[in-house]
Design a protein around this ligand. Structure first.
Ligand code: ZN
Length: 172
């Protein structure tokens, strides 16, 4: 296993649509292991393959550090995921490993159903609400080249861009 570099905004790899995973082989398995390790080291609760520069429809989610005992989900690997049901709406704070030191409230569906393949290639469906519903929508957005800041109101988007530019200038 190895840590991979997490690409950060405005890296164009985050903006490209990802391709379907066609082959589930040992190289993909290695990528999944690296992504899990990279996510946990960051630390984060989710990571999409394009965040480590690999444009494939694959993401990992691990909420075990954020949930209470009753709501534990095991480590989740989603391959070629699809949102098939979205219901209700919630406004909650989100952050992203690709946009360090920034969090803002984002409107999301409250409940979702996702169809995906697991790491063996088997298709499954998952119904989720709460933190898991949010994480699934966030990661599937990544695979479509979208970031959570794209879902902010135009005023907040403007403020984000201004803050981001300022941070860049301060770094120089
Ligand atoms: Zn993210």
């Amino acid at each position: 296993m190895a840590l991979r570099e997490i690409r950060t905004y405005p890296d164009p790899v985050l903006r490209n649509k990802t391709s379907r995973v066609e082959r589930i082989d040992s190289a993909l398995d290695r990528l999944i292991e690296d992504m899990v390790e990279t996510m946990r080291a960051a630390p984060g609760v989710g990571l999409a393959a394009n965040q480590v520069g690999v444009p494939l429809q694959l993401a990992v989610i691990d909420l075990s550090s954020r949930e209470d005992e009753e709501q534990r989900h095991p480590l989740l690997v989603i391959i070629n995921p699809e949102l098939v049901v979205m219901e209700g709406s919630v406004l909650e704070e989100e952050g992203c490993l690709s946009i360090p030191d920034y969090a803002e409230k984002v409107k999301r569906a409250a409940r979702v159903k996702v169809r995906a393949q697991d790491r063996t290639g088997k298709q499954f469906e998952l119904e989720a609400e709460g933190l898991m519903a949010k994480a699934l929508q966030h990661e599937i957005d990544h695979l479509n080249g979208l970031l959570f800041v794209d879902r902010l109101s135009s005023l907040k988007k403007h403020l984000f861009k201004r803050r981001f530019k300022k941070a860049l200038i301060e770094k120089e």
